[in-house]
Design a protein around this ligand. Structure first.
Ligand SMILES: NC(=O)c1ccc[n+]([C@@H]2O[C@H](COP(=O)([O-])OP(=O)(O)OC[C@H]3O[C@@H](n4cnc5c(N)ncnc54)[C@H](OP(=O)(O)O)[C@@H]3O)[C@@H](O)[C@H]2O)c1
Length: 436
């Protein structure tokens, strides 16, 4: 039986998971692949660190060249994270014709053009399944399962930390800060949670999903990112009373020569499948013009779920090596000469329905003033909701307006006009609504 030698960069959560799976499921993998996968080298920051991993046959070093210059290495797995060294490692391996498997969403989102172009140019396999939604094989579904479909819409819950926080806030009526503190204690949120709760992590995953769906390389910084810090228990309660749940969604839609690519808290019907994706779980809802709606659900992170995606990529790449081809599926779904450079539609240009919560003085005529300004900007109101309020005149009353489809630019312009009005007692909450 042929042996395929793997060099792993990183023996942390994901690298450790990969080693465990390769040991635990060795017989199954051999039976399915017809070859033996062996990790022969690993590179880490601190080779002296004690690790509870099956490393008996692995040479561990802190020198990247120990893998990159070893001609016996058949596949490089980049599982370190970070961008600079990871970029050098991946580019060097691809340049030298060595297939690469990576879980690095930051690298793939921020340097998509450079990395994918190199994989095309060298006709080398590049496995990226673990970079989006950990254990859910969503990228393979997109590239292969839905290969004959025009992808009309991508809608994902792809950040477990934010979903955990929003789920807990919904279940317990607790504030963002208290749930975040609890999530940090339980290890579901980082000490610095910014990357997760401000939408950056979800935006990187959306960039990868949209690139595969539309055969493009979006300019990552142009993706609109809005986090969940400003969502209050009040909004969650009112949304629920109106028939909605609030989720942090990563949304991608093709719009002629542009792509809507945006991450933000979103009201979705509480009867939609995505509304029942709770806790740290992830789900990606894809709509194809033929397959119609599909949803994949599972764990978005963790040693074994993410390791599972890495190992499946390694097996896929190994199969290409065994039959002596570069890659039978193009890295970004489309042939190199069909790769486009679509632009991200500016958020002000999108059209959506909106939940607007105004905090106003309880005076006659306030509602008329609000609807007049909105009407002047072509925004029509679908429904109005005024929850029961305290009798204290110093406290604002809450007025919730749900709009019909409106241009975001018009909505922002009206809020700009309303903000200085004398009856306004606090900042207006704006949350987009998505219907499926
Ligand atoms: N964790 C997840 O559930 C998950 C899910 C999906 C994708 N990912 C992605 O997978 C990648 C790895 O994440 P992780 O959670 O496994 O990270 P991690 O637990 O922090 O492990 C990182 C590993 O890389 C090594 N490393 C870091 N910087 C290095 C450097 N400059 N030179 C050599 N080695 C270096 C570390 O060495 P030492 O051990 O010596 O410090 C460590 O073994 C990231 O791109 C992440 O975004 C992670």
């Amino acid at each position: 039986m042929r042996t395929i030698n793997i060099g792993i960069f990183g023996l942390g959560v994901v690298g450790g998971g990969v080693l465990d799976i390769l040991q635990k499921n060795r017989q199954i993998i051999q039976a399915r692949l017809g070859a033996d996968l062996r990790v022969t080298r690993a590179v880490v920051r601190n080779p002296g660190k004690s690790r509870n991993l099956p490393l008996e046959d692995v040479k561990v070093s802190d020198d990247p060249d120990s893998i990159l210059k070893d001609k016996s290495i058949d596949i490089v797995a980049e599982l370190m994270g970070g961008v600079d060294l990871a970029r050098q490692v991946v580019m060097t391996a691809l340049n030298g014709g060595t297939p690469v498997v990576t879980a690095n969403k930051a690298l793939l989102a921020e340097h998509a053009r450079e990395i994918f172009s190199k994989a095309y140019e060298k006709n080398v396999s590049l496995g990226i399944e673990a970079s989006v939604a950990g254990g859910i094989p969503i990228l393979r579904s997109l590239k292969e399962g839905l290969a004959g479909d025009n992808i009309l819409e991508i809608c994902g819950i792809v950040n477990g930390t934010s979903n955990y926080i929003l789920s807990k806030m919904t279940d317990e009526g607790a504030s963002f800060d208290s749930v975040l503190a609890e999530a940090q204690k339980l290890g579901y949120a980082e000490a610095d949670p910014t990357f997760d709760v401000e939408g950056h992590d979800a935006a990187q995953k959306l960039a990868i999903l949209a690139n595969l769906a539309y055969g493009t390389t979006l300019h990552y910084p142009d993706i609109h990112k809005e986090g969940i810090r400003h969502i209050t228990p009040m909004d969650i309660t009112y949304a629920r009373q109106l028939g909605y749940t609030i989720k942090l969604l990563a949304i991608g839609k093709r719009r002629e020569n542009m792509v809507e690519a945006r991450v933000h808290p979103t009201l979705i019907s509480k009867s939609h499948l995505l509304a029942s994706v709770n806790g740290v779980f992830n789900a990606v809802f894809l709509t194809g013009d033929n397959a119609d709606a599909t949803m994949s659900y599972g764990r978005g992170a963790g040693a074994l779920p993410t390791g599972s995606a890495v190992v499946s990529d390694i097996m896929d790449v190994a199969r290409n090596l065994l039959v002596g081809i570069g890659s039978k599926v193009p890295p970004l779904s489309v042939m190199e000469d069909r790769l486009t450079q679509l632009e991200v539609m500016p958020i002000r240009e999108i059209t959506s329905e909106y939940y607007l919560r105004f905090q106003v003085r309880d005076h006659p005529g306030v509602l008329a003033s609000l609807t007049r300004v909105l009407g002047e900007k072509n925004i029509s109101i679908q429904s109005m909701f005024q929850p029961s309020q305290s009798d204290n005149p110093d406290e604002p009353v809450q007025v919730i307006l749900i709009t019909h489809q409106a241009k975001e630019r018009d909505v922002l312009n009206s809020l700009h006009v309303i903000a200085p009005m004398e009856f306004v007692m606090g900042e207006t909450q704006l949350i987009r609504i998505e219907r499926f």
